[in-house]
Design a binder for this molecule. Structure first.
Ligand code: GUN
Length: 289
């Protein structure tokens, strides 16, 4: 079997077009231009590329974006002061603090300081709690992007066994919670696996859907995949000059029924979901003003 390739780039482009129309309508009605503030601390080249891509996508959707670039030696207090300023600014609707942060800064304290109503990453405990209870204010961007890929590819998720590899706060944990919820591209039976999972390949071979988010290049091999499974690859790993996912793509595509490529799979979807959250944030703030 040769898998259908789930084209995240094309699916994200369509979503972004729809969002641009919604942004234009919102701005026409309210006179408000949604505005995302991105905060980048230090010189990590990969983070700089991610933030630039997010900003470009904003511009194309007529969402204003401002980049706050801080030096690598920025203190926690300085960063918290900037977050407080952005929280208080009525013209800033979304705040994104790009991770990872330099080691002198406690990431959790910074993420906790972002106003929940501007938390377009959906990292704040209040927003995670609302999402887990099935009444989301925002959805976390990468898991929401994966869910949209399952929806767009027509994957049967209800009743399926979804195996999530990875328990990170950004992807694995929220992905598991979202797949188990009631709703579209959900109602799955979910197993979350991690570095201490016993007999991992036995578990993954039972999966109808695999979401790989462990950050290890080519970790999911063909023998770990049930024939006909749908494979969503969240990994972005640099191997020499090449970007590769967490899935051994060339081998697994001969076993799976559908698979996302890297690049061009989940990555563009994450950005589309960020735009959606920024519009949601602007709407919420307009309604409560
Ligand atoms: N670093 C890697 N992924 C993300 C993300 O989704 N949001 C932020 N803020 N930083 C990241």
């Amino acid at each position: 079997m040769s898998a259908t390739i789930i084209d995240g780039k094309a699916i994200a482009a369509e979503l972004r077009e729809q969002l641009a129309t919604e942004v234009a309508a919102f701005t026409d009605d309210s006179g408000i231009t949604p505005h995302l503030a991105a905060v980048l601390v230090g010189e990590d080249p990969a983070s700089a590329v991610y933030v630039r891509n997010k900003q470009r996508a904003c511009e194309k959707a007529s969402i204003r974006s401002t980049l706050h670039r801080l030096a690598a030696e920025t203190t926690q207090d300085e960063l918290l002061a900037l977050v407080a300023e952005l929280n208080a600014d009525p013209n800033t609707h979304g705040i994104l603090v790009q991770l990872p942060l330099p080691s002198q800064i406690d990431e959790q304290s910074v993420l906790d300081a972002v106003s929940p109503i501007k938390d377009v990453d959906c990292f704040h405990a209040e927003n995670v709690g609302l999402m887990v209870q099935g009444r989301p204010r925002f959805l976390p961007c990468t898991p929401a992007g994966c869910q949209q890929l399952l929806l767009a590819s027509g994957t049967q998720v209800a009743g399926a066994h979804a195996v999530v590899l990875g328990r990170s706060e950004i992807v694995g944990k929220p992905m598991g919670m979202m797949l188990v919820q009631r709703g579209a591209a959900a109602n799955a039976t979910v197993t979350i696996c991690h570095s201490r999972t016993a007999n991992l390949a036995e578990v993954t071979r039972q999966a109808d859907i695999i979401v790989a988010a462990i950050g290890k290049p080519n970790f999911v091999t063909a023998d770990m995949v049930k024939p006909g499974a749908v494979v969503i690859d969240v990994g972005i790993n640099r191997v020499g000059e090449k970007l590769v996912g967490d899935v051994d793509y060339e081998a697994v595509r001969n076993v799976a029924s559908a698979i996302t490529p890297v690049p061009g799979g989940v990555g563009p979807m994450t950005i589309a979901m960020l735009l959606k959250n920024t519009l949601t944030a602007a709407r919420l703030q307009a309604a409560s003003a």
